[in-house]
Write a protein that binds this ligand. Structure first.
Ligand code: VG1
Ligand code: CO
Length: 541
C-alpha cells in the first residue's frame, strides 16, 4: 500500500448547487472528475487529517466504486476513521443521524437524490458538516474555489475495502468501521414516535402502501413498518434497491409515483399511502382518495405536532423555503410561534435548527423534517402522519377537510419546464427582474400586483446574505407567484413556476382550476411559452 500523488488540473463546472455537486453519471466517471472534487472537499474543509467522517450513498450506479475512491483518498490524506454504511449504503437522513450520534467531523453522501440513476442517469456528491446538515454556502464556496486551482490529489493504491461485513478494518492508519445502515436510524425513530400506538393502529387492520421506488428506503421501511410496527407483509412495494431504481424516476410525486396514486384513488385503496425518493429524504403523503401537497403536509404536522411524544411540549418555531405555500404560516400564527422563510435547499435550515429557533421545517418539493437530524427525512414524515392518524382516529380525507375548514386552504401547484435552453431561461428571468419595480399596482390577467421582488435572505443567526433566490410576485388577493431556476438539474435549465392562492370558502376545488387566474398571470408576466418555446409544463405537481 502506498500513497500516490496524482497530477491533475481544474475541471470546469464543479460548483455545488442546491444540494451538492450533481452531474450525469458519465461526467462523474470521467478521469479525475470525482477525485478532483473529493480532494477539493478536503481542501475546502481545512484538511481531513485526524478527522472522523461518515460515508454512504443511495446505492445508485457508481455508488460502490465512488465509495472506494473516497475511502482511499481519505486514508491518503490522513483521516482517522470513516464510518460507512454496509454496502456503502445510507439514506441521507440516516447519514445525518450518524454524523450527529457519533460526533463525526462531517460526512460524504453519494447521491443525486430524486434524479434518475444508472449509466445514463445522474450521480452526485454532497458534503455534510459536523451538525449533520448540508454544508452551508460559506463551505461550498471554499470547496468550489479549491476545484479551480487544484494541481494534484492524493490517493492510496490498495485493494478495495470489504464493505459487506460489519466491523472494523484498517486502510493504512485509517480505521474503516462498517455499520448497519438501518439500526441507528430505527432507534432514533422509536425515540420520537409512539411506536405502541402505531403497532395498535396496524393491529386494528389499518392498511398502508409504502412505495420505496426501488431506492434506498426499502430496507428502512421493511424494518420499521413491517418488522417492527407489524404492518402486513407487502405494505412496502419496490422495496429492494436497484442501481437504476428499476429504470424509474425516484421522485415521490403524483407524476412519478403514479401507480401508487392510482391505487390510492381506487375503490379498494388502503387507508394510507406514501413514497420516498432516491436517497430517502423526500416523502409523498396520500390518503385514501386524498392527495396531500407537501406544503399542506407541513402545515398539518405543525398543527398536530403535540400528538407526537417528541414534540408534545410544543414547537419552538417553524420554517419553510420561500416557494413553499403559506399554509404553515397560518398555523404558526395561530400557535403564536415564529415562521421563517428561507431560500430553497435544506442547508438554509441548519442555523435555525442549531440555534433552537425552529423545530419543524419543510419544502414544497416533498421535503419535511425536524430538529431530530439536519436533513429532510422521508420516513420520519410518514411515521409522523401515522402517529397523528393513530391518535385522532380519522381518515386523511377527514383530517384535511378539518384542517382547511379551520385555517383556509392554500391551493398550490408547481409547473416545471425541464431541459430548457439555459440562455433562454436566464433571459426570461433577467427580463422579469428588469421589469419588477414597475409591476406593483399593475393589472395582469385580472389580478392586481401588490409586491414584486427578487428574494434575498438574511440569515438571522450568522448574518450571511444570500441573493437572487427567486422572483416573488404577490397579488392583492393574497395569491402568489414565484419563478426560479433549479439548482439540481444536469441538462440545460429547469424553470420552476410556483403558484399559490388562498381560499377560505371553496375548499374542495381542483387545484389547477383554483389556480387558473395565477397561471394566466404567470404567462402574461413572464411570456413563458414564447421565451421557452414550450406549449406547456413538462411536469405539474
Ligand atoms: C430541488 C428542490 C429543493 C430541494 C432540492 C434537493 O432543488 O426544489 O426544494 O431542496 O431539490 O432535494 P432545485 O434547485 O432543483 O429546485 V433532493 O431530495 O433532490 O436532495
Ligand atoms: Co432526496
Amino acid at each position: 500500500m502506498s500513497i500516490h500523488t496524482v497530477a491533475t488540473q481544474p475541471i470546469a463546472g464543479q460548483k455545488p448547487g442546491t444540494s451538492g455537486l450533481r452531474k450525469q453519471t458519465r461526467v462523474f466517471q470521467q478521469p479525475h472528475f470525482l477525485e478532483n472534487f473529493i480532494q477539493s472537499i478536503w481542501t475546502g474543509i481545512g484538511g481531513v487529517a485526524g478527522k472522523t467522517l461518515v460515508l454512504g450513498g443511495d446505492g445508485r450506479h457508481f455508488n460502490a466504486e465512488a465509495a472506494q475512491v473516497v475511502l482511499r483518498m481519505a486514508a491518503a490524506s490522513g483521516a482517522a476513521r470513516v464510518i460507512v454504511g454496509r454496502g456503502a449504503l445510507l439514506s441521507t437522513p440516516a447519514a445525518s443521524n450518524l454524523i450527529r450520534k457519533r460526533h463525526a467531523d462531517g460526512g460524504i453522501i453519494l447521491s443525486a437524490s430524486h434524479n434518475p440513476g444508472g449509466p445514463e442517469g445522474d450521480f452526485g456528491v454532497k458534503y455534510n458538516t459536523a451538525n449533520g446538515g448540508p454544508a452551508p454556502e460559506s463551505v461550498t464556496e471554499k470547496i468550489f474555489a479549491a476545484t479551480k486551482d487544484i494541481t494534484e490529489y492524493r490517493i492510496f493504491e490498495t485493494q478495495n475495502a470489504d464493505l459487506s461485513a460489519l466491523g472494523e478494518q484498517t486502510m493504512g492508519d485509517m480505521v474503516i468501521e462498517v455499520v448497519d445502515p438501518v439500526a441507528d436510524y430505527a432507534d432514533l425513530m422509536a425515540s420520537i414516535f409512539d411506536f405502541d400506538a402505531l403497532k395498535a393502529l396496524f393491529a386494528s387492520g389499518f392498511r398502508m402502501r409504502f412505495d420505496a421506488m426501488h431506492a434506498i428506503t426499502g430496507p428502512y421501511a421493511h424494518a420499521i413498518l413491517e418488522d417492527t410496527l407489524g404492518a402486513e407483509k407487502g405494505t412496502v412495494i419496490n422495496g429492494i434497491p436497484s442501481t437504476d431504481f428499476g429504470n424509474g424516476h425516484p421522485d415521490p410525486n403524483p407524476i412519478w409515483a403514479k401507480p401508487l396514486m392510482d391505487e390510492m384513488m381506487s375503490e379498494g385503496a388502503p387507508d394510507f399511502g406514501a413514497a420516498s425518493d432516491g436517497d430517502g429524504d423526500r416523502n409523498m403523503i396520500v390518503g385514501k382518495h386524498q392527495y396531500v401537497t407537501p406544503s399542506d403536509s407541513l402545515a398539518v404536522l405543525a398543527a398536530n405536532a403535540t400528538l407526537v411524544p417528541a414534540y408534545s411540549g410544543g414547537l419552538k418555531g417553524v420554517a419553510r423555503s420561500m416557494p413553499t405555500s403559506q399554509a404553515v404560516d397560518r398555523v404558526a400564527a395561530s400557535l403564536g410561534i415564529d415562521c421563517f422563510e428561507t431560500p430553497t435547499g435544506w442547508k438554509f435550515f441548519g442555523n435555525l435548527l442549531d440555534a433552537g429557533r425552529c423545530t419543524l421545517c419543510g419544502e414544497e418539493s416533498a421535503g419535511t423534517g425536524s430538529d431530530h437530524v439536519r436533513e429532510k427525512d422521508g420516513l420520519w414524515a410518514v411515521l409522523f402522519w401515522l402517529n397523528i392518524l393513530a391518535q385522532k382516529k380519522i381518515s386523511v380525507k377527514e383530517l384535511m377537510a378539518q384542517h382547511w375548514a379551520e385555517f383556509g386552504r392554500n391551493y398550490y401547484s408547481r409547473h416545471d419546464y425541464e431541459g430548457v435552453d439555459a440562455a433562454a431561461a436566464n433571459a426570461l428571468m433577467d427580463d422579469l427582474r428588469a421589469r419588477m419595480a414597475t409591476l406593483p399596482g399593475t393589472q395582469v390577467a385580472g389580478l392586481t400586483v401588490k409586491t414584486a421582488d427578487d428574494f434575498a435572505y438574511d440569515d438571522p443567526i450568522d448574518g450571511s446574505r444570500t441573493e437572487h433566490q427567486g422572483i416573488r410576485i404577490g397579488f392583492e388577493t393574497g395569491a402568489r407567484l414565484v419563478l426560479r431556476l433549479s439548482g439540481t438539474g444536469t441538462v440545460g435549465a429547469t424553470l420552476r413556476v410556483y403558484l399559490e392562492t388562498l381560499e377560505t370558502e371553496n375548499l374542495h376545488m381542483d387545484a389547477q382550476e383554483a389556480l387558473a387566474p395565477v397561471i394566466a398571470a404567470a404567462e402574461a408576466l413572464a411570456g413563458i411559452r414564447e421565451k421557452t418555446g414550450r406549449a406547456e409544463p413538462d411536469v405539474i405537481t
